[in-house]
Design a binder for this molecule. Structure first.
Ligand code: NAP
Length: 502
């Protein structure tokens, strides 16, 4: 089933070098390494494809997105089988993620057919206006051109080859060149096969989708620096994301870098909620924290509480729930090693009380729970860093004023959560203006993992949650990242885009 090559504008290309995946289960498969030459070939083809795809009707692109979704569905069981082997994620999780991926493609198809994404505006000409007449001015959003996308390790489907970035770029009218993630090349290969089939069935230009398998840093660099690439979509670590962001800015013609770089997603457990249902909140937190071995960018790593007699039962309930969680396989050996060193850094920080810390070996992770004071947390940047995995810290503030001070000190976040009861409403109100400035999504009485793909969703936030605070990488608004406004002044009808005519 696995082809083992890169799909470059309709051709399956191999190279002299190969690499093997590192499956959690079973024996490895061999893949031809991607090369910078393949990137160049894919970008040239994407630019050629843009001349038709970038001017296609929304209904044509919608048909293509739906055809890709159908082809992914047709390969469903094979994708799950390879995905379980490569990532160690459980079968139901991968089935769910496939549903989210095809649902996203179909939602974006429906959305562009509605036409609102174009944000059309028209200032009618005022030829008799004094002292100067006003010309006819029309505006709409146009696709930016070929987009480079980095597949993410933690969502082999929904944030990778056919994931949110790809779906958004294609919906906008932008051909894509994907650099596959080395953690799941087999899944990427099958997704390329689905695109290949959909391209053949719908007759779109084969340059609309290419996927180059991993070939190390030079391949990613070639994509980011390619002169025909107009924007980059990325989900991953702060370190890699920042390096690629700087690379985009250092180009002779800088391009936007839409990076989603992670977050600690603090929860503020307000006093009445803590008193009335602290144990239930703690149990829910433990579930959210350990879901998928904590490998979610929305993992709620910090619970802020006001110190007092209700904190001990909250901590005891979280500890008990976390002690019941068995070892879970992480996505790669590297991610498991990074989790262990993150745990060590927290444990070795001053003023930390370790509550749960079972060691795990190899690619496994066990939950960690620690507690500290708000003073200590605010003073130590190591405690503020994201630890990618099931690690939680209870941060005890002296009072609500200090909880607010802590909120003010936060870096940009994907999410902030308030757990509150009616009696907390006034206190929570004082936190809202702070939290709104820190996060792309503010939640009440819930947990941030499980991001809905919908019209109103925002998955972004101020740096370092994302590199563009005005954008989201989930939901239909994510299409906007790959569009730019163009204004047409006094343009004859014949020269206007079809969507602006009349
Ligand atoms: P990563 O280290 O951020 O790497 C992501 C991709 O970027 C890889 O495909 C890598 O290519 C490429 N890359 C990195 N540096 C590059 C450079 N200087 N030039 C060109 N390409 C470059 O992510 P990861 O490998 O998936 O996981 C490592 C850590 O990232 C995790 O432990 C976790 O902390 C974090 N992470 C966070 C999220 C999140 O949602 N916030 C998601 C996934 C991972 P190569 O593989 O070819 O080097």
């Amino acid at each position: 089933m696995i082809n083992g090559k890169s799909l470059v504008a309709g051709e399956w290309l191999g190279s002299a070098d190969s690499f093997q995946n590192a499956p959690a289960i079973g024996s490895p498969d061999t893949f031809s390494k991607g090369t910078p030459q393949m990137i160049d070939q894919a970008c040239q083809a994407a630019e050629e494809a843009f001349l038709t795809f970038g001017y296609s009707k929304a209904s044509e692109r919608a048909a293509f997105l739906r055809a890709v979704a159908d082809e992914i569905d047709a390969l469903g069981d094979a994708i799950t089988e390879v995905g379980v082997k490569e990532t160690g994620l459980p079968e139901p999780r991968l089935q769910g993620e496939r549903g989210r991926t095809v649902g996203q493609l179909r939602l974006f198809a429906d959305h562009i057919e509605g036409g609102d994404y174009l944000d059309r505006r028209h200032d009618v000409a005022l030829p008799n206006r004094a002292p100067l007449p006003r010309p006819d001015i029309r505006m709409m959003q146009r696709p930016v051109g070929p987009v480079g996308i980095f597949g993410a390790s933690n969502f082999p489907l929904a944030f990778s080859s056919a994931g949110g970035d790809t779906a958004a770029a294609l919906a906008a009218g932008c051909p894509v060149v994907v650099k596959g993630h080395p953690a799941h090349p087999g899944v990427s290969d099958l997704i390329s096969q689905a695109f290949d089939a959909a391209i053949k069935k719908t007759g779109v230009h084969p340059g609309v989708f290419s996927q180059i398998q991993d070939g190390g840093i030079p391949v990613g660099e070639a994509l980011v620096k390619h002169p025909l690439i107009r924007a980059i979509g990325f989900t991953g670590s702060l370190k890699a994301g920042r390096a690629l962001y700087d690379m985009c800015a250092a180009r002779p013609d800088p391009i936007p870098f839409f990076g989603e770089l992670g977050s600690t997603n603090p929860m503020f457990v307000m006093p009445a909620a803590l008193a009335n249902r602290g144990e239930a909140i703690a149990q829910g937190w433990a579930g959210s924290l350990t879901m998928g071995a904590g490998q979610f960018c929305t993992n709620p790593g910090i619970a802020v509480v006001v110190d007092g007699p209700n904190v001990a039962p909250f901590v005891a309930a979280a500890s008990a729930a976390l002690k019941d969680v068995a070892a879970q396989t992480m996505l790669t050996d590297g991610i498991a090693a990074a989790y262990r060193s993150g745990c060590e850094a927290v444990q070795n920080a001053g003023s930390i009380e370790t509550l749960v810390a079972t060691e795990a070996d190899g690619r496994n992770a066990m939950p960690h729970l620690h507690a500290t004071t708000a003073d200590a947390w605010m003073a130590d940047s190591k405690l503020q860093d994201e630890v990618f995995g099931p690690l939680g810290i209870v941060v005890k503030a002296k009072d609500l004023a200090q909880a607010r001070e802590l909120a003010t000190s936060l870096h940009g976040q994907l999410t902030c959560t308030l757990h509150l009861d009616d009696a907390d409403a006034d206190d929570a109100q004082t936190l809202m203006p702070v939290l709104e400035r820190k996060a792309g999504r503010v939640l009440a009485n819930g947990f941030p993992t499980g991001v809905e793909v919908s019209e109103a969703m925002v998955h972004g936030g101020p740096y370092p949650a994302s590199t563009n605070f005005g954008a989201t990488s989930v939901g239909t608004l994510s299409i906007r990242r790959f569009l730019r406004p163009v204004c047409y002044q006094n343009m004859p009808d014949a020269l206007l885009p079809s969507e602006l005519k009349g």
